[in-house]
Design a protein around this ligand. Structure first.
Ligand code: NAG
Ligand code: NAG
Ligand code: NAG
Ligand code: NAG
Ligand code: NAG
Ligand code: NAG
Ligand code: NAG
Ligand code: NAG
Length: 452
């Protein structure tokens, strides 16, 4: 065999591609170049699930079994990736912009009528976290409806559903009467409202939003979803309204903890009142439940019993812990090691699949654990980004942010969508009932998923 220059050149390229794709992703936590290089591969894997760039796919949606809410979860992380690592990339920018804008719904409040079979307050809330991320990162505003006005619409429609008739207040899990879980109030739905209210307060400097955040916090304590047991703070899952929310389900989920921690961090950054940094710190300490050997771990369902939703919870957990280190600098000492170790553990798990860089679920496992999906990619991405988030500004309206405010967005009472009275056929309602009954069963039963 005769070697030519071209042959050699070719085999060097193949060899270097082989080397660079074999084994886990290398990551030095906190090092921007290293994180962004690894994150690029994780994003590539994540976008394999994106339907919006496939023929016949829906813009803003990810492949089944991922629900609408998972898309909201994904865009928050993609937006941070774009901001931190790839902000010259016009293709990526339009992918994010189009996807987020397309799912805003007919009334630009993230209640698209064709998701009314599955959308709960927590789903609208998680989209709210992503849309607010666009505000705080100064992502290019749509001309007709700014990201800020759409977050305000999400806030206003959620707050309008605050229900004082049962359990002394709080949001129900579901928005629509026909979805089962409508009779359940839970921490995650209320945590989303708390988080969004705190962020709107900080960004707009409008006290009214902070009042709502306080209202949510106080109610969480009053109803017993947030308790101190043996000096340890616990955030419970929720309770049915039938017995006035007295029979509280105590399953713990990392994203609920994260969303409350970050909410407290925004409140602290806005008010500078140490009560909020103390609350943040207390929940951070309680969230040691979600670490194993210093690495993030969804203790309630791992190993082997997390459903598709639960497998994605670390994405929000990591994002929330990361932003907390920015807004409450004194939490850096509590979180930095955990975030760094988790990110490096996540990176070493990204060594599976056909591409040899697919990320796994259990990061304490040496190498890939054989589990793959959108959730695994999102979690690894956000864990990595959380180690560099302190390098980037979180804008307010007086300090770099330019998204236009419209405090009355979403308050139009003429709007049927806001009144939860969409016209839906009986057949659709029945289908939704079965679906959410299964989902509720999973939330309450945890490991029941595998049996189903
Ligand atoms: C990761 O680091 C190892 C050891 O330094 C190196 O051999 C390997 O090529 C690196 N992998 C990537 C994807 O850069
Ligand atoms: C832009 O981002 C997309 C999605 O992450 C990626 O596939 C593409 O390679 C990027 N383009 C450039 C020029 O980096
Ligand atoms: C649902 O409605 C949105 C507009 O709100 C539309 O873009 C999308 O194609 C519809 N279908 C699905 C499956 O999302
Ligand atoms: C229902 O629960 C709320 C919140 O804990 C409490 O304030 C209210 O008094 C309770 N109502 C009844 C009738 O027990
Ligand atoms: C609020 O957050 C900024 C970063 O956006 C940080 O520099 C500042 O120290 C924080 N304020 C307080 C009181 O910790
Ligand atoms: C935010 O975006 C606006 C509009 O694109 C721009 O004028 C402004 O300079 C940006 N702010 C920062 C801090 O880059
Ligand atoms: C502050 O927020 C409240 C509640 O959304 C709104 O009614 C009020 O107009 C806002 N004030 C300003 C100055 O934007
Ligand atoms: C719902 O149906 C009622 C009665 O058929 C009709 O009057 C109303 O306009 C419909 N609402 C919407 C939002 O289509």
């Amino acid at each position: 065999m005769r070697f030519t220059f071209q042959n050699n050149w070719f085999s060097i390229v193949i060899l270097s591609i082989y080397i660079s794709l074999t084994g886990a992703l290398n990551l030095t936590a906190g090092d921007r170049d290293s994180v962004c290089e690894a994150a690029k591969f994780v994003v590539q894997g994540e976008l394999n699930y994106y339907e919006g760039i496939k023929y016949g796919g829906t813009v803003g949606m990810f492949a089944s079994p991922n629900y609408w809410w998972n898309a909201g979860e994904a865009f928050g992380g993609l937006l941070d990736y774009y901001t931190f690592c790839d902000n010259d990339n016009k293709t990526l920018k339009s992918l994010i912009y189009d996807g987020m804008y397309h799912q805003a719904g007919e009334s630009f409040n993230y209640i698209p009528s064709n998701q009314s079979m599955v959308e709960g307050n927590d789903d609208q809330g998680v989209w709210g976290l992503a849309v607010m991320e666009a505000v705080e990162r100064n992502f290019t505003d749509p001309e007709d409806h700014s990201w800020l006005s759409m977050t305000q619409a999400i806030f206003n429609t959620m707050d309008a559903r605050w229900d004082t008739e049962h359990c002394g207040g709080g949001l129900r899990w579901q928005i629509f009467t026909w979805n089962s879980g409508y009779d359940y109030k839970n921490s995650i739905a209320n945590g989303c409202l708390f988080n969004i209210a705190a962020r709107l307060a900080r960004f707009t400097r409008n006290e009214s939003y902070a009042k709502v955040a306080e209202k949510v916090w106080d109610w969480m304590e009053e109803v017993g979803f947030l308790t101190s047991e043996d000096d340890e703070l616990v955030l419970h899952d929720g309770a049915k309204i039938g017995d006035n929310c007295t029979d509280v389900t105590d399953k713990k989920w990392s994203y609920t903890y994260g969303i409350f921690i970050a909410g407290c961090a925004y409140m602290y950054n806005f008010t500078e009142d140490s009560i909020w940094s103390e609350r943040a710190t207390e929940i951070i300490e309680a969230s040691s439940y979600f670490f194993k050997d210093g690495v993030m771990y969804e203790t309630t369902c791992m190993p082997n019993h997390c459903n598709n939703d639960q497998r994605s919870f670390h994405s929000l957990f990591a994002r929330c812990l990361g932003i907390t280190t920015v807004l409450v600098p004194e939490t850096v000492s509590l979180l930095e090691d955990k975030l760094d170790k988790s990110a490096e553990a996540a990176a070493q798990s990204c060594s599976g699949g056909d591409d040899d860089i697919t990320c796994g679920e259990d990061w304490t496992h040496s190498g890939w654990d054989g589990v793959y999906g959108l959730g695994e990619q999102m979690c690894a991405l956000e864990a990595m980004l959380a180690t560099i988030v302190r390098e980037f500004p979180v804008y307010t309206k007086d300090n770099g942010g330019s998204s236009k405010s419209n405090p009355t967005a979403g308050t139009n009472t003429e709007d049927e969508v806001n009144k939860n009275v969409l016209n839906i056929s009986t057949k659709d309602k029945a289908g939704a009932g079965v679906l959410t009954a299964v989902v509720l069963g999973i939330v309450l039963g945890g490991s029941a998923w595998m049996a189903i």
